[in-house]
Write a protein of this length. Structure first.
Length: 301
């Protein structure tokens, strides 16, 4: 499919805006953070939509053309983007290879979780987190090293604009600090709350806001739960006093409802990426939405 799409690269003209740096990201979260740092100096497009199956993205021919004409590629890194390698092979631009001059790997400089856990891919597994859990953007504190990497990357391709990028980053971090204080106050009464997650998306978020993740509905990332696994899980939930089952918009609602009901908990859907809900329109608003949903659910238990 990608090979056929490559034939269309020259025929599909990317609709970039006039002027400014052209940046392609691998997620809507990174798109939002590039826009926060670059402001009017950048035009940004995300290869991945806000909501999709974890670690699986179908890249369209027009997006291949966007990438080919981009000044910078900003990616999550680790093993979060197995779909990106064939995309880069199709584009065939050495600038975007690992360590290339036009690549920003935002995982570098982030304090990663689960790096000590040995993972072996099985025939059943869709993916594994082999280099640490890749959902690090869901700790708002991670925005500091992420935006540091973005500012440096933008300045690498536009050195004359470094002061502009640094000033925008400082303004963003000032607002981040104010919001983080507000989110932490809202979650303070619920620190220590035990939760179950559907997918291993939320350990960074949980650590930041004091939630204790007891288990995951998926026995390993991408593997559907068996009836035996669900029976054991719901028993553990009752025994350990789990209050919430945290799902994502892509989660199987029937499974979430079953686990919550059998485990004596309440289900809540959190948004993992910017744009996954109309109110989650930028990076800071993403946490506004999730903190409001969590506190609403917890206040009613």
């Amino acid at each position: 499919m990608l090979a056929a799409a490559a034939l269309l690269l020259l025929a599909v003209a990317p609709a970039w805006g006039e002027g400014g740096l052209r940046v392609v990201t691998t997620s809507t979260d990174l798109k939002a953070l590039v826009e926060a740092v670059g402001e009017e100096a950048v035009h940004v497009k995300s290869l991945a939509p806000a909501i999709h199956e974890p670690h699986s993205v179908e890249v369209k021919p027009g997006q291949l053309a966007d990438l080919r004409s981009a000044d910078l590629l900003v990616r999550i890194g680790l093993d979060h983007e197995p779909w990106l390698t064939p995309v880069l092979d199709t584009v065939g631009d050495a600038r975007f290879r690992a360590g290339g001059p036009a690549v920003v790997d935002c995982s570098r400089g982030v304090e990663l979780l689960d790096t000590e856990t040995a993972r072996v891919k099985s025939a059943r597994a869709v993916h594994v987190h082999g280099f640490g859990n890749p959902h690090y953007w869901l700790d708002p504190e991670s925005a500091r090293p992420i935006t540091r990497a973005i500012a440096d990357g933008l300045a690498r391709v536009a050195p004359g604009e470094r002061a502009r990028f640094e000033a925008a980053r400082s303004r963003f971090l000032e607002e981040l600090d104010a919001r983080l204080a507000r989110w932490s106050r809202a979650m303070a009464p619920y620190r220590g709350t035990r939760v179950v997650v559907v997918h291993e998306t939320w350990p960074y978020f949980a650590r930041r806001f004091g939630l204790v993740v007891v288990a995951a509905v998926e026995p390993s990332p991408g593997v559907p739960p068996s009836p035996a696994h669900l029976a054991d899980l719901t028993k553990r939930m009752k025994d350990s006093g789990v209050r919430l089952v945290i799902a994502g918009p892509e989660s199987d609602v029937s499974v979430v409802d079953h686990v919550a009901a059998r485990g004596g908990a309440r289900g809540v859907t959190l948004i993992p990426s910017v744009g996954g809900d109309p109110l989650a329109r930028d990076y800071l608003a993403l946490f506004d939405v999730n903190i409001e949903r969590l506190t609403w659910a917890l206040a009613r238990r």
